[in-house]
Design a protein around this ligand. Sequence first.
Ligand code: SME
Length: 159
Amino acid sequence: MTIDQLMAHLRDLCEKGAEFEELLEAAVQELSRMDPRFHWTGIYELFSDNVLRLGPYVGSPTDHVFIGVGNGVCGTAVAEKRNMNIPDVREISNYLACSAETRSELVVLIRSGERIHAQIDIDSHQVGAFTDEAVEMVQRVADFLAKAYEVRGNPRLEG
Ligand code: SME
């Protein structure tokens, strides 16, 4: 599937009235197939207690089901309200290891302006796996999901 086909697939699911969770699951499943370097692909959702909780993912199970804002790469992305592209996780001190094989990590926020709903987190066993093209692709999916969160509201943040 190309990224255009993936976007069309997500739009199609919406038009057919798919459940929100189904949309998240499809995004993760298809994104993980987009690049052989994406060894772990998942969504963390931000809850009103300022904790990220693991949603759907493809890859090995992780101990990091809950991540506080400010912790690790994922929590830092939320705290600093910015995407993170870490070419080599061995060079950063606050990294939370999901797998000993992980070398690079990408976090793209699913956001509506200042309001952060969730994030897409991808790990790769390869150093510097996340090229501009890969980031742009993940960003398109994140922006689409942000619209879906807007339409649905975000009961997690609204308590
Ligand atoms: N590495 C992340 C934790 C999530 S796992 O990679 C799935 C972090 O440092 O926040």
